[in-house]
Design a protein around this ligand. Structure first.
Ligand code: PHE
Length: 341
C-alpha cells in the first residue's frame, strides 16, 4: 500500500491537463466515488491497527494534495484566456480610424460668414434663450401684432415678460444696437427655433445668418450692392439678384431676395420650379422705430438688415432636396461633403 500511495503522489504532482474537461476527468479518476484515492481510503479499513496512524496521515496528505492540485489546475485554466490576450500580435495592422468631416451646415455657415468678413463685417453672437423685448418688442412687434404669428414661438415661461427660444437672429441686432458703438457692421450666425411641423422644407431648429449695417447715409442701394456681391461670391460670378417687395415689422421698406437659379442658369428647371429664381433671404432698411428703441438717433443714422437660412442656402448650393438630411447624421450623406473641407 505504501508504494501505491507514493506512486499516486508522484502521479498527482506531475499531473497536467489541457482543458477543463481533462481536469474534471482527473478529479473523477482520483477523488470520485470510485477514484484511486477513495479506493485507498476503503482499503485503509483493512490495515493493521498499529499501522493505521502512519497510513492515515499519508492518505490524508495524498487526498489534500490531490484536491489542491485540481484546484490549481482549474485556476490556471480560468486565467488562460487572459494569457492568450497577452500574446496578441501588436505588429498586426490596426482597423482604420474613420476621420470625421465638417457638417454641411457648418461649412455653409462659415462660407457665408467668411464672405461678409471679407467685406469688413464683424461677427456678433447672442443668446438662444431670449426675452420678448429682444425677439419682438424692440423689433417693432407690438403685443398682439399679427406678425408674431408668422413665427411660431417656443415659450419657456409664460409670464408678462416671457422667456422664449429666439425665432430669428434679429434679436442679436437689437443686442448689438444697444451696446455697440456706431457705425455697426456685423453678421450674426446662430441657431433659431420655431414650433413648426418637421418636413422636407421646414424644421423646428435651423440656423440663420443675420446682417446689420448702421451708419450715416446708408441707403437701399448700399444694401442691394452688398447682397449682390454676397450672392456672386456664394453662387458664382454669373449670379443675378432680384428683389420683391415684402413685409417685416422691423424693416421699411422690406424685400425678399431671389438669386438666379444656379442649376439652370435662369432658364427654368425643377429646382427653381421653372421660374429661374431661388429665394435666399429677407432684407430691408432698419425701421426708424427699431433704431429709436435701441437708443439710436434715427434722424442721423440709417441702416439695412438682412437674414438668411443657412440650411436653405446649403440646400440651394448643393441641391439637397430634404432638409431633414441635415439632422439625421447619416454618414453616407455627411461624407458627400468631405471634399468641401
Ligand atoms: N428675421 C427675418 C426672418 O427670420 C429675416 C430678416 C432679417 C428680414 C433682417 C429682414 C431683415 O424671417
Amino acid at each position: 500500500m505504501k508504494e501505491r500511495i507514493e506512486a499516486l503522489m508522484a502521479e498527482i504532482e506531475a499531473l497536467s491537463c489541457k482543458n477543463e474537461q481533462e481536469i474534471e476527468e482527473a478529479r473523477v479518476r482520483l477523488l470520485g466515488k470510485k477514484g484511486e484515492v477513495t479506493k485507498l481510503f476503503e482499503e485503509f479499513r483493512t490495515v493493521a491497527p498499529e499501522l493505521k496512524r502512519e497510513f492515515g496521515q499519508k492518505l490524508n496528505v495524498l487526498k489534500n494534495t490531490a484536491a489542491a492540485k485540481i484546484e490549481e489546475l482549474k485556476n490556471a485554466a480560468e486565467e488562460a484566456p487572459a494569457a492568450a490576450q497577452a500574446a496578441f500580435d501588436y505588429t498586426m495592422p490596426g482597423d482604420p480610424v474613420q476621420l470625421g468631416s465638417r457638417h454641411p451646415v457648418s461649412i455653409a455657415r462659415e462660407e457665408i460668414v467668411g464672405i461678409f468678413r471679407k467685406f469688413g463685417y464683424d461677427v456678433a453672437e447672442g443668446p438662444e434663450v431670449e426675452d420678448d423685448w429682444h425677439v419682438f418688442e424692440a423689433l417693432n412687434f407690438p403685443p398682439e401684432h399679427p406678425a408674431r404669428e408668422m413665427q411660431d414661438t417656443f415659450f419657456i415661461s409664460d409670464s408678462d415678460n416671457p422667456v422664449l427660444l429666439r425665432t430669428h437672429t434679429s434679436s442679436v441686432q437689437v443686442r448689438a444696437m444697444e451696446k455697440m458703438p456706431l457705425p455697426i457692421r456685423i453678421v450674426c450666425p446662430g441657431r433659431v427655433f420655431r414650433n413648426e411641423a418637421i418636413s422636407a422644407r421646414a424644421h423646428c431648429i435651423f440656423h440663420q445668418v443675420e446682417g446689420l449695417y448702421i451708419d450715416e447715409n446708408v441707403t437701399f442701394a448700399d444694401m442691394k450692392q452688398a447682397i449682390l456681391l454676397f450672392a456672386r461670391e456664394m453662387f458664382g460670378a454669373q449670379t443675378q439678384i432680384r428683389m420683391r417687395p415684402s413685409y417685416f415689422p422691423f424693416t421699411e421698406p422690406s424685400a425678399e431676395v431671389d438669386v438666379s437659379c444656379n442649376i439652370c442658369g435662369g432658364k427654368g428647371c425643377n429646382i427653381c420650379k421653372g421660374t429661374g429664381w431661388l429665394e435666399i433671404m429677407g432684407c430691408g432698411m432698419v425701421d426708424p422705430n427699431v433704431l429709436e428703441a435701441s437708443g439710436i438717433d434715427s434722424t442721423k443714422y440709417s441702416g439695412f438688415a438682412f437674414g438668411m437660412g443657412v440650411e436653405r442656402i446649403a440646400m440651394l448650393k448643393w441641391q439637397v432636396r430634404d432638409l431633414r438630411n441635415y439632422f439625421e447624421n447619416d454618414l453616407r450623406f455627411l461624407k458627400e461633403f468631405e471634399t468641401s473641407l
